[in-house]
Ligand binder design. Structure first.
Ligand SMILES: [Zn+2]
Length: 79
């Protein structure tokens, strides 16, 4: 159940917090933005890793027939 971790980071003040849901993360981002005027962002580590990997796979060959079906993105949305 800890697979939806969202990390909020702020380049302006080195803020770094981990949240269990994107909703909570977005709330924190909004709050931090209002309180400090900074521009924090959130990231999903696992998705980022998947995108990176998919990017590498796509870089080898762009054709659908060559797509690695083990790629995290290939499974589509399971929520
Ligand atoms: Zn900040």
């Amino acid at each position: 159940m800890s697979e939806n971790r969202t990390i909020v980071t702020c380049p302006a003040c080195d803020l770094r917090e981990t949240f269990d849901s994107l909703g909570a993360a977005r709330e924190a981002v909004e709050e931090h933005r209002v309180e400090t005027g900074h521009d924090p962002t959130w990231e999903l580590p696992q998705l980022a890793a998947g995108v990176q990997r998919a990017g590498n796979e796509a870089g080898v060959c762009g054709r659908p027939g060559c797509t690695d079906t083990d790629s995290p993105l290939y499974q589509g949305e399971e929520q």
